[in-house]
Design a protein. Structure first.
Length: 283
């Protein structure tokens, strides 16, 4: 998701919608919720909160003119913002209400999205249950939008297996995700799941196979001229596992230079950056 680009596009539509707010308040609420999501994804929580308050004010004033889908979308973004603000109990209340509305309205896509958010905030022992619930809804749904989420849902469940070191299950899950995303996914989603397969192979001790996966991905990114820090990291780790330390050092250094510029990584993965810097012998 290009949060900044999407936000810019939605902001450009907002003035015209606001001019027609008396006739179509739902359109303004919808745009404000989308803008909220983009601002949250960028880490600008203050702006996201302001946009959400504006959406809430209009939604409450013109509730009778807003569909249930608009209400669900608002609750989802309010809950998502609570997650970002690290108040999961408040988020849960929003998601439960959104789930109830979506279930009543038979909006499978919203139910899948709520289930995915619940899988983030619930205790680890029940996170897989929520993802499986989302998969079940999407697999039986006749709504294309819900079914198109399946590849990413399979991938999400595979990561849960990976975190539990159930690597065989993780690999099978990512393969299943790849099969779906090759049909319904974006090029970036296909790239990520291939990278994930390589990461699992390395964790299983199959470093040669893992390296081959990442090298294939590297060839593609070189054509596009887009450096990927996570790809450099995996290439380095594969080479290091194969005792090709001199080659690994080059990629550790490249990984550090790219990832150290990413705000989320800098704020949340100081240990990773320290390892990349040391292994890359970066000054």
């Amino acid at each position: 998701m290009d949060a900044a680009g999407s936000e810019q596009a939605f902001q450009a539509l907002l003035p015209a919608a606001q001019q027609e707010v008396e006739d179509d308040p739902a359109r303004v609420v919808q745009l404000l919720t989308w803008i909220t999501r983009c601002q949250g994804a960028r880490g600008d929580l203050a702006s996201a909160k302001a946009s959400l308050i504006a959406a809430q004010t209009l939604l409450e004033a013109r509730a009778e003119d807003c569909s249930v889908n608009v209400r669900i979308a608002y609750l989802l973004e309010k809950g998502r913002l609570c997650v970002l603000e690290k108040t999961p109990s408040q988020a849960r209340a929003m998601f439960v209400e959104a789930w109830t509305l979506a279930e009543t309205a038979r909006e499978d896509d919203f139910m899948v999205e709520v289930a995915c958010m619940m899988a983030i905030i619930e205790p680890q022992k029940v996170q897989q249950d929520w993802i499986r619930k989302a998969i079940e809804i999407a697999e039986r749904s006749k709504q294309d939008k819900a079914r198109r989420r399946l590849g990413l849902l399979y991938s999400s469940l595979a990561w849960k297996h990976y975190d539990l070191r159930s690597y065989d299950k993780a690999l099978a899950g990512f393969q299943r995700a790849l099969d779906d995303l090759m049909i319904h996914g974006t090029p970036r989603e296909v790239f990520v799941v291939r990278w994930s397969i390589g990461k699992v192979l390395r964790a299983m001790g199959r470093a040669e196979e893992a390296l081959a996966v990442q090298q294939t991905l590297l060839a593609g990114t070189q054509k596009e001229g887009a450096p990927d820090g996570r790809l450099f990291e995996e290439l380095a780790e594969c080479l290091q596992a194969l005792k090709r330390s001199a080659e690994a050092q080059v990629y550790f250094e490249q990984a550090y230079h790219v990832l150290s510029k990413e705000e989320w990584v800098a704020d949340n993965q100081a240990g990773l950056l320290k390892r990349l810097k040391e292994m890359g012998k970066t000054k």
